[in-house]
Design a protein around this ligand. Structure first.
Ligand code: ZN
Length: 69
C-alpha cells in the first residue's frame, strides 16, 4: 500500500507521535526538510523520513545525533 503524505497528515502524525510541532505549511516530497518546533522551544529542520523512520523527533539539543545509534 502506497501511503501518500500530505502536510495535513504529517502535522497530525507529528502531533500524535511526538512532543514537537510542525511549523512548515507545505510538503513537496520526502527529501524536503521540514521545520519543527521542539517541546523545549527550539526550532529544528529535518526530513519527514528521518523524523518518522529514524525516530529523530526532537531538536539536536534534546536528542544529539550521536545518541541515537
Ligand atoms: Zn529540544
Amino acid at each position: 500500500m502506497n501511503k501518500r503524505w500530505t502536510i495535513g497528515k504529517i502535522k497530525e502524525f507529528v502531533e500524535k507521535n511526538s512532543e514537537s510541532a510542525l511549523l512548515s505549511t507545505e510538503y513537496h516530497g520526502f527529501s524536503q526538510k521540514l521545520l519543527f518546533k521542539c517541546a523545549c522551544g527550539n526550532n529544528f529542520e529535518k526530513t519527514f523520513t528521518k523524523f518518522k523512520n529514524n525516530h529523530q523527533r526532537k531538536c539536536e539539543a534534546c536528542q544529539p545525533p550521536k545518541a541515537s545509534r
